[in-house]
Design a protein around this ligand. Structure first.
Ligand code: UD1
Ligand code: CA
Length: 456
């Protein structure tokens, strides 16, 4: 039987106190709803997931327009049962509907696969769990034979029912034909005057349809985000899971609690990661690399044994093996460092290729450049690559030596083995294997006297 996923995401999320719709708040750099959609797409790609949107719906649709999903609007938020009802015309009778929530971001593929495989085709499957503090959740009612007979919302529950610790996750797998029969029958006579999706459980039990409870692998998978505290708690849980996976694969973290992954990463063996490292986008770190404290790596690949020292930021770069970067280096998109390159403190590099064993150790800006092998760039060197309108290239040949505080006004080419005297402003190409100096000559004025204050 085909599985049709429906994600409910029409609610407002009042407790976030935010102008941003709740499901667009981010966890690990990705919106809550994207987490759910990404998991949904891995469960089944036969039919596109349906997302029920309502409150600030167009903002959500715009933000996630790159996904292959079907958006259905719930014009008024009259409850979870009413929300799912909106999807029914788009669902074929012979499928099963898997209901997910836009604000329950960490539901895992593994748990959903278990729910699907353990629920017979004509039965209802639901994820439930025992919580030490079940406050706020719907409670699972069972009869003497321990069969599920219904769900009672906290606001409608008697004190006895409130003491039940088994909670309803809200995630169900239900044959579409049953939903088509039951959802139009729901009533809103309850504490919240809402059409509760949970009421289908009692209807199922009346018709002797079997109801299977499945437990999630981790409790956190079924926890929802209603406020920023819960968002932060789930963020920590997510980060802990990531760090533990990396440790199992041979990565050392000096403090596993001070690492954040906001994207996907591959990290090799015997890599050490100091505190407060953030990886964003897609990051690859080769074996035996050392990543210092307060380093941010974004969409970057780093090969084996490279050391990135404290407070460096690397974005959109490709870095070969055995490089030494930082502390306080900033490497920007389009940069390629080949092996054994040294980039020191307060050096910014953008859209440039730096050849083997070249060194840019202090206080420099290198942009739109091609730098050969074993080049030495002195402190305070700047490529003047921008005339306010266009950008130009600087090309430096192998083994060139650029003296300190040089400005290279692009477009300009420095020949192989050339030496540029310190303090030069180079506006024309400099020939290979020669010294080029472009600065005023030093003079000493003989018999010059300092002015003396006149007596009145
Ligand atoms: C719901 C369940 C409760 C369960 C809990 C788990 C019902 C009646 N109760 O309660 O048993 O323990 O989830 O987290 O289902 N939504 C819409 N349209 C609406 C109303 C809600 O799309 O008209 C969406 C919300 O955006 C949200 C989800 O449905 O993603 C849950 O709605 P919410 O009002 O938060 O339900 P709970 O009170 O948490
Ligand atoms: Ca709620």
């Amino acid at each position: 039987m085909a599985t049709q996923i429906v994600i409910l995401a029409a609610g407002q999320g009042k407790r976030m106190h935010s102008v941003i719709p709740k499901v667009l708040h981010t966890l690990a750099g990705k919106s809550l709803l994207e987490h759910v959609i990404d998991t949904a797409l891995r469960v089944s790609d036969e039919t596109a997931p349906i997302i029920i949107n309502g409150h600030q719906g167009s903002k959500i649709v715009d933000a996630l327009s790159h996904y292959k999903v079907r958006w259905i609007e719930q014009k008024e938020q009259l409850g979870t049962g009413h929300a799912l009802l909106q999807a029914l015309p788009a669902i074929s009778d012979d499928s099963r509907v898997l209901v997910l929530y836009g604000d329950v971001p960490l539901i895992s593929l593994q748990t959903l696969k278990t729910l699907i495989s353990q629920t017979p085709n004509n039965a209802i499957g639901m994820l439930t769990a025992h919580l030490p503090n079940p406050t706020g959740y719907g409670r699972i009612k069972r009869n003497k034979q321990n069969h599920i007979v219904g769900v009672i919302e906290e606001k409608d529950a008697t004190p006895d029912e409130q003491s039940i610790t088994e909670i309803n996750s809200g995630i169900y797998l239900v044959p579409a034909a049953y939903l088509k029969k039951w959802l139009p029958l729901l009533k809103n006579k309850n504490a919240q005057n809402e059409y509760y999706l949970t009421d289908i459980i009692a209807l199922a039990e009346k018709e002797h349809i079997s109801i299977h409870a499945v437990a999630p692998q981790y409790i956190e998978e079924i926890l929802g985000v209603n406020d920023r505290l819960q968002l932060a708690q789930l963020e920590r849980f997510y980060q802990k899971q990531q760090v533990e996976n990396f440790m199992r694969l041979g990565v050392t973290f000096y403090d596993p609690a001070r690492f954040d992954l906001r994207g996907v990463a591959e990290i090799g063996r015997d890599v050490t990661i100091d505190v407060n490292v953030i990886l964003e986008g897609r990051v690859v770190i080769g074996d035996e690399c050392e990543i210092g404290p307060n380093v941010i790596l974004r969409n970057t690949e780093i090969s084996a044994r490279t050391k990135v020292r404290a407070n460096s930021i690397i974005d959109g770069a490709e870095i070969a093996s055995d490089c030494l970067i930082g502390p306080f280096a900033r490497i920007r998109p389009g940069t390629v460092l080949t092996s054994h390159v040294h980039v020191g403190n307060f050096v910014e590099i953008k859209n440039s290729v730096i050849g083997d064993r070249s060194k840019i150790n202090h206080l420099s800006y290198v942009g739109d450049s091609e730098i050969g092998k074993q080049v030495n760039i002195g402190a305070g060197t700047i490529t003047c690559n921008y005339d306010g309108v266009n950008k130009y290239k600087t090309i430096i040949g192998d083994t060139a030596f650029i003296g300190s505080s040089t400005q290279l006004v692009a477009p300009v080419r420095i020949g192989e083995g050339a030496t540029i005297g310190a303090g030069s402003t180079i506006t024309e190409d400099a020939p290979s294997h020669q010294l080029t100096v472009a600065r005023a000559r030093q003079q000493t004025i003989k018999d010059w006297k300092r002015p003396i204050k006149k007596e009145e």
